[in-house]
Structures are given as C-alpha cells and as structure tokens.
Write a protein that binds this ligand. Structure first.
Ligand SMILES: [Zn+2]
Length: 276
C-alpha cells in the first residue's frame, strides 16, 4: 500500500520534498490510514512536515469519542494533532444550523453545507500552521463519485479532484489515495489495526452522494477496473477543456470564480437567519 501511494504521489507530482503537509483527519479509517502511510513515506524526506487536523462540525454525540481516538493515534505516530470546531471558527455548529431550519430556506442539505465549511475550516487551519499543501483521504471511489455528482448537477466549471494545482494564493489540495479503491483501504485499515468510527453521521442519508455510491457499486460490481478507466478518460477530457482564470473572494480573499465565494455567501446567510 505504501508503495502504491508513493507511486501515485510521484505520478501526479502531488508532494514536494519540503512540503508542510496538513492531513485532514475525519476520524474514519481512510484518513487515519492515509496519515499512517504518509508518515512512512515522509520519513524519507527530512525537510517535510506532517500535521493532522480534525474539524469538529458539532453534531451532538457524533464527534465526541473520535477526537480522543484520533489524538491518541497521531501521538503514537509522532504527528502533531489539532482540532478545530465550526463553533469556534464560524460561531455556529452544524446541529444549530440544521435545527434553525435555515437549510430548507436555502435549499441546501446538511452535507453540502458541512462540506463547504469543512473546506473553509481546513484552509484556515492550513494558513495558521503555515502548511503548503492539504492532503485529503479521498479514494478512487470518492473521486469518481465527485465527478459523477458534478456531472449530474450540470456543473460547468469542473476542476480535477485531488491533483496539485498551484494558482498563486490558494493552498493546493491533493488526494494521495486517488488511485486506491475504497475496499483496499478498508483491507489495509483492518490489517494495520487502524481504529475507526462505528457510528455513521446522522445526516448521511440525506446525501445525493449515497445514491451515486450505490449506482457505482452496481456499475463496477463485475468490472473492478471500470472506475479507474473512467477516472483516466474523464481527466483527459478535463485537461482538454482547460482551466479558467480565477478571481478572489472579496471577503476571505481565497480564490473563487465568484465575487464572494460560496462558503462566505452561505456563512453570511446562515448568520443572518440565526440572528433573527
Ligand atoms: Zn470567501
């Protein structure tokens, strides 16, 4: 597994020898496995640094136990661990947002909002730590799911997922597991005794991603290479389509194709509704 991830990193030039790498820890087996694999790989690069960061979205009863588990796991690996919460960063928890009824008004699911703020929170954490790159544990299955979801939504400004793109100010995000199928990470986690969370997020059933996941399981059932060839061919298309020049968000200054990025836009709307 370590060799496979090492090959993925060099094939796509995901990491540099002196990177300060923020590894996004969800508490699940994928991200702890990624941390363990990267810790092994980066031992050969003495100028690199690893940081583990967990974002607490504030879903009552869901996050509590896994912060401690992740913290213990990181300290055993000798990787500094930080936990940041939506509450501290933005002033509200995901549960508060859901309970307020704001999401129905905005036409958004908890998962969409959680994903947008999680992304923003990781960027903030990376800036604070001086990280040069953010590594997420998206597997081959996750990357393909994201492409399919974006296609279904008719997203026109699609970007490659988990490939290093340097566009000036943004902190690049990479997915070193992008060529590793989900089931292989599950097997690795099992063999390596990686602790994992047994409770699933209470909002996960609301997600369109779940339906796409079921479709993919059906589609790739007798054809394990199907996802890999989709990824390869689809990214060739994306490359041909080229990339647009991005402007910056007027509020947070991060790159965005809009005047105000989606995270800041939704944050303002939520705060406005919660104030009433
Ligand atoms: Zn913004």
């Amino acid at each position: 597994m370590v060799d496979r991830v090492r090959r993925t990193i060099s094939r796509y030039n995901l990491l540099k020898y002196d990177d300060k790498i923020l590894v996004a820890i969800s508490g699940g087996k994928d991200s702890l496995s990624l941390l363990k694999i990267l810790e092994r790989i980066e031992r050969d690069f003495p100028h690199s640094r690893l940081y583990a960061v967990m974002i607490d979205e504030g879903i009552g009863g869901y996050r509590a136990g896994c912060v401690a588990v992740a913290e213990r796991f990181c300290s055993a690996l000798g990787v500094p661990f930080t936990s940041l919460s939506f509450k501290n960063l933005f002033g509200f928890t995901l549960s508060e947002v859901v309970k307020s009824g704001v999401l129905e008004d905005l036409g958004l699911t908890p998962c969409t909002v959680c994903g947008i703020f999680r992304r923003k929170a990781l960027t903030i954490a990376a800036r604070r730590l001086g990280a040069t790159v953010i590594a997420t544990a998206h597997t081959l299955d996750d990357v393909v799911q994201t492409y399919l979801l974006n296609l279904l939504k008719g997203e026109v400004n699609m970007k490659p997922v988990g490939l290093r793109r340097e566009n000036g100010q943004a902190i690049p995000r990479v997915a070193p597991l992008r060529l590793t199928p989900q089931r292989e990470i599950a097997l690795y986690a099992y063999l390596e005794n990686i602790p994992f969370q047994t409770t699933t997020c209470p909002y996960t059933h609301t997600s369109m991603r779940d339906r796409v996941r079921s479709f993919m399981a059906w589609y790739a059932a007798n054809k394990p290479e199907a996802l890999f060839s989709f990824l390869k061919n689809f990214e060739r298309l994306l490359e041909k389509a080229g990339q647009r020049v991005e402007s910056r968000c007027e509020i947070c200054g991060e790159p965005s194709s809009r005047k105000i990025c989606r995270a800041c836009e939704i944050e303002l709307l939520i705060k406005d509704r919660l104030r009433r």
